[in-house]
Design a protein around this ligand. Structure first.
Ligand code: HSE
Length: 437
């Protein structure tokens, strides 16, 4: 029976899950694939932690370069993360003609153009299903299942940590810091959790999905990113009362000559399917011109869900190896010569609904001044609520607008913030809804 030899770099949360599946379910996999997947080496500097796995002698080593230089190894599974050493190892493995499986969205989003070009030149495959949406097969869906569609839009909840935090605050009112600590304990968060809560992890994933869906060069720098660290439980409460749920959304829309690509806390109507995606679950909706809208839903983080996606990629490559083929499916979904630079639309030009919360002194004429300035900028108010006074004598004035242009909203906010009657920086949350008015 054919053997496919695997070298695993990094045995943290997801790496451990990958090793567990390869070792504990080898018969299940062999019976499906018709080849034996052999975990030849696992490299990690930490050889002390008990991972609950018994490796045979000589399998667990500390030198990752020894693994990528081993001529017997067919597939390198990179689970180290980060952009420095992981990139060095990946490029060397590609140079050595090895296929790659990775969950490293930060590395691919920032350096993917170079990495995928190198892989295509060497005729090796890069599987990265686990880099977006944990277990959800979103990359396979875009690269393979939807190949006959022009994709026009994707909306996703793509960070388990943020979704866990927002859901916990919404459902039980726990403080932000407690919810973050729990997400870290459960192994959802990145080594540096600011990547999660400031929205960058979601932006890495959105850059990858946009490239795959539209055939655009990876472009992380032009994605607008705003995280959840400034979300106040008061706004979660107001949102709930107005029939909305706050989620950190990745939004991508393709008009034919430019792409809207943005990550920010977003209010969505509470009946919307995405509003019910809670905890570390992720979901992504994709709209194609043949298929309409489809939604994938599943665990976006955590040991075994993410490892499940890694194993799927390993098996795809193993099947290719058995047939003696590679590069059957282009890494970034389009043939390399057909990938083009597509500009990302400036944030100032986007049009959407907005939620504002002003903290205003309860004096005659204040509401009229705010409404007047919004009107001066062509912003039309859909609903307005004023609540009772708080301890500072200020009142929260909550407004939802009709569709408005971001640049107009920003100009209006600048002027409203400088009014004497405004006690605090206004809060602005964008709304996604089907209402085009
Ligand atoms: N830190 C990520 C998350 C892990 O919380 O979703 C999966 O990419």
């Amino acid at each position: 029976m054919k053997e496919v030899k695997i070298g695993l770099l990094g045995c943290g949360t997801v790496g451990t899950g990958v090793a567990k599946i390869l070792l504990e379910r080898s018969e299940l996999i062999r019976s499906r694939v018709g080849a034996k997947l052999v975990l030849k080496n696992v490299a990690d500097l930490d050889r002390e932690t008990d991972r609950g796995i018994r490796f045979e002698d000589g399998v667990f080593i500390s030198d990752a370069f020894q693994v990528v230089d081993d001529p017997e190894i067919d597939i390198i599974v990179e689970m180290i993360g980060g952009e420095t050493i992981a990139k060095k190892l990946m490029m060397r493995a590609i140079e050595n003609g090895k296929h790659i499986v990775t969950a490293n969205k930060a590395l691919l989003a920032a350096h993917g153009n170079e990495i995928f070009q190198a892989a295509s030149r060497k005729g090796v495959d890069i599987g990265f299903e686990a880099s977006v949406g944990g277990c959800m097969p979103i990359i396979k869906t875009i690269r393979e299942s939807l190949v006959g569609n022009r994709i026009s839009e994707m909306t996703g909840i793509l960070n388990g940590t943020c979704n866990y935090i927002l859901s916990s605050i919404t459902e039980t009112g726990v403080p932000f810091a407690d919810a973050l600590r729990k997400a870290q304990e459960k192994g959802f968060a990145e080594a540096d959790p600011t990547l999660d809560i400031e929205g960058f992890d979601t932006a890495h994933k959105l850059a990858l999905l946009s490239s795959l869906a539209y055939g655009m060069e990876l472009n992380l720098d032009d994605i607008y990113v705003e995280g959840i660290s400034n979300i106040d439980s008061l706004d979660i409460e107001f949102a709930k009362q107005s029939g909305y749920t706050i989620k950190l959304l990745a939004i991508s829309k393709f008009s034919g000559d430019s792409v809207e690509a943005r990550v920010h806390p977003t209010m969505i109507p509470s009946g919307n399917l995405l509003s019910n995606v809670s905890g570390s679950l992720n979901a992504v909706s994709v709209t194609g011109d043949a298929v309409g809208e489809i939604i994938l839903h599943g665990y976006g983080a955590g040991m075994m869900p993410t490892a499940s996606a890694v194993i799927g990629d390993i098996v795809d490559i193993a099947r290719n190896l058995m047939l003696g083929i590679s590069n059957r499916i282009p890494g970034l979904s389009y043939q390399p010569q057909n990938i083009r630079k597509i500009p990302v639309k400036p944030m100032d030009d986007i049009m959407t609904h907005y939620y504002f919360r002003f903290s205003a002194l309860d004096r005659p004429g204040v509401l009229a001044r705010i409404a007047g300035l919004l009107g001066d900028h062509g912003i039309s108010i859909q609903t307005v609520h004023q609540r009772g006074r708080d301890a500072k004598g200020a009142v929260p004035i909550v407004m939802v607008t009709h569709i408005a242009k971001e640049a107009d909203v920003m100009n209006a906010m600048d002027q409203i913030s400088s009014l004497d009657a405004i006690a605090d920086t206004p809060v602005l949350i964008r709304i996604e809804s089907d209402d085009m008015d």
